[in-house]
Design a protein around this ligand. Sequence first.
Ligand code: G4P
Length: 530
Amino acid sequence: MSNLTEEINKRRTFAIISHPDAGKTTLTEKFLLYGGAINLAGSVKGKVTARHAVSDWMEIEKERGISVTASVLECEYDVYHINILDTPGHQDFSEDTYRTLMAADSAVMVIDASKGVEAQTRKLFKVCGMRGIPIFTFINKLDRDANDTFELLDEIEKELGIATCPINWPIGCGKGFKGVYDRMKKEVVTYSDTEKGTKEGETKIVSIEDDASVINAITQERHDILMDEIELLDGASAEYDLDAVRAGKLTPVFFGSALTNFGVEIFLQYFLKMTTTPLARKSRDELIDPVAHDFSAFVFKIQANMNKAHRDRIAFMRICSGKFEAAKEVKHVQGGRTLRLSQPQQIMADSRKILDEAYAGDIIGVFDPGIFSIGDTVSAPNEDIVYEGIPTFAPEHFARVRQVDTMKRKQFVKGIEQIAKEGAIQIFQEYNTGMEEIIVGVVGVLQFDVLKYRLENEYNVEIKLEPLPYEHIRWIGNKDIDLDKITGTSDMKKIKDLKDRPLLLFVNAWSVGMTLDRNEGLELLEFGTE
Ligand code: G4P
């Protein structure tokens, strides 16, 4: 195997999705701990503060004390090179969170065992489902009282529409948590509550055939319950099928406790074997093999103003094929020119390191003098690749925006268009009213603050935002449709985007259904495509 093939094949690039507080940060931290990237758990959270001190991340991040930006974490484990795409976990997540999922080859879904499937998990899952990437489930916090295991699986299947296959099975929970039963190896792994920050502690591994030792390890009562559950499971649950996993139709499920380090390494080992090497991506109608092609990448996120002194922008790219070499020129397909990527770097939790080379599966951040847009393709000059664009995700909050000083119209439009181009917000206009008013849509309400802050600080424009009651936006799938002819509910609003595409806004889901009923053949989409 050539060095290039080897480097690419050892890469595993994934995102961790969860509802806030399910334990995403804790799990990520434990992965990094096993990968040797950090020496002490707690460092990831700690470093966030340190990072704020050393670099000039957005003021707003500092003020609100939350992470607006998503970073990439990397570590080596066993023979693997791991890239974890970190997604903002706060309630106020943004469209970036969705876009980051476009750069992942698989997702780890963390679920709190006492809460089950929650709102944000549902939304993020939907986006992963759209791409059909493999999804692995880690049910966390078994050291606390948990919901019934069968019910948890049932909930995942019903709410998310994906079949489940438990790879291991919890033995009790909370104070009575005894460990997990590994269904593949047919072994009981006993729970060991280790101190926070240390690696997995002393666990006993006992074959399920060895009754006496199992009873000794988990008690007679637990043993009997476990045997019943295993029987039930073997009869009822879906068979493990790697093809179904790879197609995103079956999620392998694992149980553990990220906080006490139990079940994390077991998960990691299975996950790394089951998940995929960097996936081929579509360019026009061709799948671009990561190994067979020279360098290519696409921009999935643009972060402005990371360094206040320079007002710079960083474009994050996912490398899809070949090897990136900093010294070589690349072609920016949409811009129609060749250039050398400036200051390529890997953005880590705690630092940035300048890169000389990187491989398919890796994420790089490059200095962007204002030429890149979300979804753009960059490749070796000899390649002819145009990756499919990234969909526009439905904003859930809308506001009418007015500039306070009407004389500053030019700066206002320039600023708001630039910020929209970076993908922080989406802008719309009234349809057919002749009014020039701008409507802004965002995925997370924090983006309203970001918009206001940036317009004031970077463009010297003060704005007023007037919240609108809409919560649902739909793109229209039908090619030739006369928007005037659509009859909706009284609360429906017709708008258009910057490309003059018509869209509909609704206050509630009921109105969406009603409008579909009233207009035969109307196709309403939750994602906007190019
Ligand atoms: P998030 O990134 O998904 O938002 O979750 P995070 O890891 O920050 O975890 C949220 C809270 O849940 C934290 O407690 C964390 O310690 C706790 N937690 C995570 N995994 C487990 C687990 O397996 N068992 C138990 N019992 N708790 C877990 P916190 O009190 O909010 O924060 P901290 O003071 O511990 O940092």
